[in-house]
Write a protein that binds this ligand. Sequence first.
Ligand code: ATP
Ligand code: MG
Length: 563
Amino acid sequence: MIEQEKKPLDFIRSIIAEDVKNKKNDGRVVTRFPPEPNGFLHIGHAKSICLNFGVAQENNGVCHLRFDDTNPAKEETEYVESIKEDVQWLGFEWQDKEFYASDYFDRLYEYAVKLIEIGKAYVCSLNAEEVREYRGTLTEAGKKSPYRQRSVEENLDLFQRMRAGEFADGAHILRAKIDMASPIVVMRDPALFRIKKVSHHRTGDSWCIYPMYDFAHCLSDSIEGITHSLCTLEFANHRPLYDWILDALQTKSHPQQIEFSRLNLTYTVMSKRKLLQLVQEGHVDGWNDPRMLTVSGLRRRGYTPAAIRNFCELIGVSKKDSRIDMGVLENCVREDLNDPAPRVMGVLKPLKVVLTNYPDDLVEEMEGHNHPKNPDMGTRKLPFSKELYIEQDDFMEDPPKKFFRLGIGREVRLRYAYFIRCESVVKDETTGEIIEVHCTYDPATRGGSSPDGRKVKGTIHWVSAKHAVKAEVRLYDRLFNQEDPEADKEVDFKNFLNPDSLTVLSGSMLESCLASADPQVRYQFERQGYFCLDPVDSQADQLVFNRIVNLRDTWAKVRQGKR
Ligand code: ATP
Ligand code: MG
């Protein structure tokens, strides 16, 4: 607690602290998280959620969940539901503050009428192409629309008839009358309302004109009495318009817009439009594919809400654009799982070991620690018998000197059990593949040490063949094989999809206790990483485990290898 207080405030929290101190807005803090329900939330949204809800919590304020549902063509109720689930799962509460921009359509219409009445908005009948042409460019001023001088009466009449459905899509738009020569292109008479004869997921067919984002957003903020409207940097250019609309309408509440930089991560794309393409074209198994950096994908993969919140806190809030290394996120997951995750043994790619000098029917029980650093987590019994599985990677027929695992004539320790020495191998006659490894065990080494002081360098994990549970294990790698799949605008980002992002191991052999694995628990499979049951595909008679993250930052290795 004390340490947290010492941490310097980010620039947004500093502004807000100052406002609270100066009793601006009577010292109230009201923020909002305003998703457009046109896709599932991703880790970038998590940053915005942690910021908006976090700032409100820290200042005894509230954060509204507002759906910015002004574009009926792309929005769906399914997305609204998933967004609510994700925000809750991340650990945030909006109480009764659930709002929809569509609930304000009547008021937004009234506001537009008021702008017309005071001569600050007009109905323009240029077509979309002409509007673009008249807008000018960054270096060239725009031209005034020939419809700019329409009388208030004519504008009111046309706008009312737009609403009544008399005109086709695109026939007219309502525009703010600001300044066609403004150096800020957004201020060159931006559109406020457009005709769109599309049903809306909440208002049905009540409307055939819909407000533009820039018009709806500032007014929704104002209607709700938001004090600080936090958004990403691409809206910095829109701030003059945000302020212009609220000033023109002299609204009672005029929130302060503050921009911060978006979260970008290496080896992924973040825009919902692109994520939707991956889903629709079948490159991934839905929005909640464990390789997706969506909140639902991370949840299914086994990430914890705390890990995601810690990550958002760690990366902080600033105005600087950056791309955060995926390893940073993965480290937060490891840190969050290290203490609570019970340790178990799971052999991902099994190789059979036969202990030739072990009694045929004997089953011993070895004792394994559920956590090496936390005795309070207790121990468990591990059945041990003549036939075992070890990891294929832990055996080499003719290993190099530095290989400290098993090879012919070499001795290793089986975790919590005995020393074993490899005597011979059995090969498949046709393929030459090693199908069994024959070893002897040393009965004097029970528990993992030798009374004669003999040392072994390697300790490997194992399971008893007749007690093991068979499972499918899914290993995930980065979804893209380029740090920034969008770097080259000429090249489709999907060209950089990593073909090896998913590895399915259908015959993994796991410690018997995992037959009744708890779907809520994240386990550490010793030496292999953190795993949890896949909440979608795992069945009682066919377990499916996801690897959440491996034990070390293998990304660092990848980067080094590249140099
Ligand atoms: P996308 O570009 O991924 O479709 P968006 O900005 O269109 O995202 P919205 O639903 O409009 O998505 O976003 C809701 C809120 O989340 C906005 O305030 C937006 O600024 C914020 N947000 C979106 N992406 C990020 C990101 N990568 N980092 C931080 N905040 C983000
Ligand atoms: Mg958006």
